[in-house]
Write a new protein. Sequence first.
Length: 244
Amino acid sequence: MMERFWSCSRCKRWRHPLLAGLLLILGGVVIGVLDLDRKVMKRCFVLGGDDVWPLGDGPPWSLFEDYGTWPANAMFLVGLLLIVAGKRDPDHSLARKGWAFSLSVALGPLLLVNAILKGLWTRPRPRHLQGFFGTEPFRSWWLPFGGGDHESFPSGHAASAFVLIALALAVDGRDRPWLKAALAALVVTYGGLVSYARLLQGAHFLSDVWFGGGIGYLAAVVVDRALERTSAGSPGRGLSPLEA
């Protein structure tokens, strides 16, 4: 039955997001078992002085806190413009890209991460913890419903950074594979820098940015797959950057 699933042409397009989701969960398990959340944060914390998170407070890392979500916001707005402009496009390719951009941001960073999961998990940020000059006890990522108004899990900045993979997904992988690969590499690099900055600032744990980035990435891939039927005449456009 599993072999039939993986070979089914209709199911093939969902193979990548399914495997990516499993990898996301597996990575979270590894982070929890090895206690990487606390181990990583101890390396970012500096004992003594007025500022215990000095590594992330200055430029360039502070810029990622202030402006790290701006590219995703811009992609959302560009998507809306493309939807409007696409009404005059006979093959609806502009509208499809617009829907992909806007829906990816709306469903991933805005809805799932900021509107739903943060409120359910209410996980304290590292800088609020006991041992880091805070008052809250440490809570693992798999324990939701902790109470309070904390918003550490998952990271909205990481989700907003990795959702930009929608830009690479919008490129035809057969006609311009180099551009698709370059955009994917650029997004992964940017997402890694944003995530690292949030760790240095004591704003998030490793599991927060891991799941936040994964949700942003998966939101873009799932939306791309769902809209794939509207671009059946453009083979390769719906392929993920890893499959191009």
